[in-house]
Design a protein around this ligand. Sequence first.
Ligand SMILES: Cc1cc2nc3c(=O)[nH]c(=O)nc-3n(C[C@H](O)[C@H](O)[C@H](O)COP(=O)(O)OP(=O)(O)OC[C@H]3O[C@@H](n4cnc5c(N)ncnc54)[C@H](O)[C@@H]3O)c2cc1C
Length: 597
Amino acid sequence: MSNHHQHEVVIVGAGGAGLMAALYASRGADTAVISKLYPTRSHTGAAQGGIGAALGNLEKDTVEWHTYDTVKGSDYLGDQDSIEFMAKEAIPVVYELEHMGLPFSRTEDGRIAQRPFGGHMNKETNKPVTRAAYAADRTGHMILQTLYQQCVKNEVNFYDEFQVLDLIVEDGKTAGVVAVDLSTGELHTYHAKSVIFATGGHGRVWEVTSNAYAYTGDGVAIAARKGIPMEDMEFFQFHPTGIKKLGILITEGVRGEGGVLINGEGERLMDKYAPNAKDLASRDVVSRAMYIEAREGRGVNKEKHMYLDVTPEVVNKYAKSDGRTNPDGTPYVTTAEEILTKLPDIIDFCRTYLGIDPVKQPMPVQPTAHYAMGGIPTNVYGEVVIDEKNTIMPGFYAAGEVACVSVHGANRLGTNSLLDIVVFGKQAGKKAAEYSKNNKYPSFPDDAKENTQKQVDHILNSDGSESAADIGKEMKSVMMDHVGVFRTEEGMAKAVEKIRELKERYQKVGVTDKGKVFNTELLNVWELGCLLDSAEITAVSALARKESRGAHAREDYPKRDDKTWLKHTLAWMNDDGIKLGYKDVQLGKYEPKERVY
Ligand SMILES: Cc1cc2nc3c(=O)[nH]c(=O)nc-3n(C[C@H](O)[C@H](O)[C@H](O)COP(=O)(O)OP(=O)(O)OC[C@H]3O[C@@H](n4cnc5c(N)ncnc54)[C@H](O)[C@@H]3O)c2cc1C
């Protein structure tokens, strides 16, 4: 095949956001998807717990409640117009997935089953509401498979195992991308009218993470290097329940099914920190509670982890006081078999990685770096907006975890990301196709490959006096210690300095493999560069924000400060460092209040 391609819409990323965008774009335009992973290996496939929508299949639920919970969960930093848009679109989009053939778990009368999840509340009972539609604990896997089948049916062009290394911008307009074919090492150019970034997150910046190895922030780094600002990068979510030390995720669905967090002294710890929502308070609240317990010497064996207990004895013991009943109001009693049916993969992970059986024993868990609330700024149509005034960059779109709409603000609620990727993937796909119908191909530079070739040659020709593994380790450790669950001025300043030193040293990293075929060593070094950029933007944005809000918890500024800080951060990466600016939050009918769970 020739190394130059032309498609009206080029989508980078084949996770839930990229595939939903592809499905919609391909209905109106010639569409291609480029993905460094084979599509069904994307991280969306690892999502376990569920997708949020106020279907109200088991109890009363409303779009308004979903909107309010998301605004509150975001610690009032989410844009309320975007949040309302997402909560409204949630219901039709879940039925749309059902009609595409997604095998949701079912209620006894055949409707889509739903389970409670953190931060989603019934406003009449003040108890967690059943809002998460799920397919056992494989919801993301099912979304990915379903969308991939639909894309194949719609004859979307796929470039699998091609990694995009650069975005081409001509006169302020997007003109395409440059990618390397992993199997040959050849560079390919793609001339496009619209480009959609759907490249996922950058959780590999931290030492303990639930994120896939591919979560290296490529989209963030490529866009930032083109002068596009990143929004709210200081907000990175730590999920409360990663497997001790490994970080592998134990879904919040476990607590949705009645699982309880217990400290080293055998106490249920969330009673103290969130008397209403308890284990189903929002993730930032639960992660901080676990961290404080461990710091005060109440971890299991006085270590950093707690127990997560979903054995039937414990679930049944707390069911009544937690207000958990069957749909007909009769007392809720579960069995080991039922737990196994609802959480098969979790039980399997624990048997494999820990040698323990969660229906008989508690699981040792600790907070794990999980989700990027920040990213490439967009509006609800996936259009990338590049300044304080939300000026649109023609032809450039972003959707999914790499984007910041912003619906998650300072903290995302569980189940709202699978929702975000399908709702905004769809909008981005539609808009990109519409734009490509109304516009000619922009001009495409003859030297499009040059910048990419330079980056690759730099790594291939380096003297290799520094090691990528060492730099990666030092970055992960400093970010975990100082830009993690709790933060201080001193710690973050240290992190910024360290990341800058690592970026200098990175210039001297080389590779021993100089070959062309599947040169993963070379690409891992390139990805480390993206991680360092993501880490620097995160740490600089965090250091500047002198308040605590959502996932950004400062010990030296423990309170939220709406007067000064109710605003989005924008961070531009320049040659001489990071420049910060701020833009307004779209407020609405929900006035910022103190969050009580
Ligand atoms: C373990 C785990 C469990 C989760 N559970 C839930 C849940 O239950 N509910 C929920 O709402 N959310 C959950 N989340 C979050 C949610 O799954 C993700 O935020 C979401 O799936 C991201 O989708 P995406 O389409 O943006 O990215 P992904 O699905 O990760 O797709 C990214 C795509 O980009 C491609 N790509 C990246 N860089 C490049 C490049 N340079 N060139 C070419 N291609 C590239 C990759 O190949 C991939 O196809 C979970 C996350 C994790 C990690």
